[in-house]
Design a binder for this molecule. Structure first.
Ligand code: PNS
Length: 161
């Protein structure tokens, strides 16, 4: 079985991420979305919330699993029986960072390769940080994230009031 790992922070998941998940699920037998437990970053959504949100918005794609991971992504991939990491590429700026990450990961484990999906141009300027900032300034974000994420952002906002 060919398994691909799609790692990220997903704080929150965007339509760009979802597009990469859909397209990679058509290429791999199984795609494991790996949500990073990053102690050094203070996410807006807790790990449990991020896992729940990604599960919810990918529930219609049968060969997608959502798991949390900490530490090195190559170790997580190995644990999952995968040798391919999946990442989306939006721009040249992404490319510089992603190339370095792919090369480091391949250097740590020669069995691991990274497969890049060219982001659909409709999503090339969307990022989780931009979505959070726009939401904070009461801008419309309905075309950037799934409706479920809009709801969750609204719930966060009301719980902080
Ligand atoms: O969505 P993001 O925040 O751009 O995802 C970054 C992620 C999670 C893919 C990257 O930070 C990662 O793989 N972290 C795990 C630690 C690791 O393996 N580092 C070595 C690669 S430089």
């Amino acid at each position: 079985m060919k398994i691909g790992i799609y790692p990220g922070s997903f704080d929150p998941i965007t339509n760009g991420h979802l597009d990469v998940i859909r397209r990679s699920a058509a290429v791999f037998d199984k795609v494991v979305v790996g949500i990073l437990i990053n102690q050094s970053k203070k996410p807006m959504f807790t790990l449990e919330e991020r896992v729940k949100i990604v599960q919810e918005v990918t529930s219609q794609i049968p060969n997608v699993e959502v798991k949390a991971f900490s530490g090195l992504v190559v170790e997580f991939a190995r644990e999952q029986g995968a040798s391919v990491l999946i990442r989306g590429l939006r721009s040249n700026t992404d490319f510089e960072y992603e190339l370095q990450m792919a090369q480091i990961n391949h250097d740590i484990d020669k069995e691991i390769d990274t497969l890049f999906f060219a982001t659909d141009p409709r999503y090339s300027y969307i990022s989780s940080s931009a979505v959070k900032e726009l939401f904070m300034f009461h801008q419309e974000i309905g075309s950037y994230v799934p409706e479920y994420v809009v709801q969750k952002l609204k719930e966060k906002e009301t719980s902080h009031e």
